[in-house]
Design a binder for this molecule. Structure first.
Ligand code: KG4
Ligand code: ZN
Length: 414
């Protein structure tokens, strides 16, 4: 994904220190000679990275299909597969080259096998098996969402258990990460993901026609347009699932309401083919604020559920926000406010590690390697899964708890 460069100087310098501390803790005999190659092809980015046993990132390469999909008005699975096929070998080779290693120096190949677009996942799996066979290396199968959840541990000292909010173009979920391979799902989207509605609405609003937004993904274009809003409150949007005392999400209704407002304004202004409505910035801001309120509302309840069910001890009150939508500074600031209120620490990976990338796959591979779990030498029977649960499903338990929450007031300007 093409993302606006966001700068987090204080986070980066603090995380560097933590990273060094972490690195020193690891037994150097065990770790120094280990290199994990990570391969990610679950959606539209061909990502690859090499991380050594000390957790040091040696290289990262990515071939983004964003521009092609922008041109096509969305991801076309066959085209995504073709592009993965074309770029997988050069992307892997470049990562090895930039890490100054060869396949002989690789201890294991971590590869995303689930969940994702089947045609895309298959390319990564086949290539990983091909090189694993050729160089006699084991494969570490990776769950894409677990990798999103754990990558923040690469830069921050975050101990298990912790709460995770994963918000991307394909997913929206709240979970507790108890360990590298133990997750508890508290809530998930019942229809689409926030990034998906941002992308669809941005397309329908014709934001691409504004040169400044022409190369941005939908979410980023909406965030930028929203920052120019002057009167977002002219658009009233509902709080999704307000009556449901669970941690699930729904974004479809919000999308429909935004599109209705858009349609009415287009009719009112008699806009022609390529024109945007004059209130486009305000409508983007209203949509961003409504999505944020929904995310806050469900996260608030998840925090109470964790406390009541002793899933996260007092000293571990940490929220990790990851996935492409976590790049959004308005959403992150609102979550920061919630965390201030509830005495949670909040973390998010740097923006390029929030969106899909090979680093999170290599990192998840290293976390598994350190625990010696899921290292598959006999990998021929490994297969992809387009849909895959994150872990233990606690959604019914959350529903049964019927926790009431008063939506926190968000005092942040778009
Ligand atoms: O995690 P990701 O790269 O791919 C999936 O696994 O879906 O997330 C991509 C999604 C896209 O829908 C994109 O519009 C959204 O993340 N996104 C954003 C921002 N940057 C990327 N959404 C809101 N604000 C942003 N700044
Ligand atoms: Zn993702």
């Amino acid at each position: 994904m093409l993302l606006r460069r966001l700068v987090y100087p204080q986070i980066i310098s603090a995380s560097k220190k933590l990273f060094l501390q972490n690195s020193r803790c690891i037994n150097s005999n065990l770790s120094a000679k280990i290199n994990i190659l990570g391969i990610e092809t679950s959606c539209d980015d061909t990502g690859c990275a090499v991380i050594n046993g000390d957790g040091k990132l040696l290289s990262e390469t990515v071939h983004s299909q964003n521009l092609m999909h922008l041109r096509n008005g969305g991801i076309i699975p066959d085209i995504a597969q073709d592009l993965h096929r074309t770029y997988i070998k050069p992307t892997v080779n470049k990562a090895l080259e930039e890490a100054h290693i060869t396949m002989e120096d690789v201890a294991a190949i971590a590869v995303t096998l689930k969940p994702g677009l089947p045609l895309s996942l298959a390319v990564g799996m086949k290539y990983a098996k091909h090189i694993a066979r050729r160089y006699k290396k084991p494969i570490i199968p990776i769950h894409h969402m677990q990798a999103h959840a754990l990558v923040a541990r690469m830069h921050h000292k975050i101990s298990f258990p912790f709460l995770v909010l994963l918000i991307s173009g394909g997913h929206c979920l709240l979970a507790v990460a108890q360990d590298v391979d133990k997750f508890q799902l508290l809530g998930e989207s019942m229809d689409c993901a926030p990034g998906e509605i941002f992308d669809k609405v941005a397309r329908r609003m014709k934001l691409r026609n504004v040169p400044e937004y022409s190369k941005m993904c939908g979410g980023q274009a909406i965030e930028t347009a929203a920052s120019k809003a002057t009167n977002p409150h002219q658009f009233k949007l509902p709080l999704p699932l307000a009556e449901y005392k669970d941690c699930n999400f729904s974004f479809n209704g919000l999308k429909t309401s935004v599109l209705l407002h858009l349609h009415r304004k287009e009719v009112y202004h008699k806009t022609v083919a390529h024109e945007l409505i004059p209130e486009v910035n305000d409508l983007c801001a209203a949509m961003l604020m409504a999505s944020t309120r929904h995310l806050i509302h469900r996260t608030q309840r998840a925090m109470i559920f964790c406390q009541e069910n002793k899933l996260i001890p007092e000293e571990n009150k940490q929220l990790i926000v990851s996935g492409g939508v976590a790049c959004n500074n308005y959403i992150f600031s609102a979550l920061q406010m919630l965390c201030n209120e509830t005495s949670y620490e909040i973390y998010r990976p740097p923006p390029k590690l929030c969106t899909d990338n090979g680093v999170m796959i290599a990192w998840n591979g290293l976390e598994k390697w350190r625990k010696q779990i899921d290292i598959v030498k006999d990998f021929e029977s490994l297969d992809i899964e387009s849909v895959s649960p994150l872990g233990e499903n606690l959604i019914e338990k959350v529903i049964a708890a019927r926790i009431s929450t008063k939506l926190m007031k968000i005092n942040t300007k778009v």
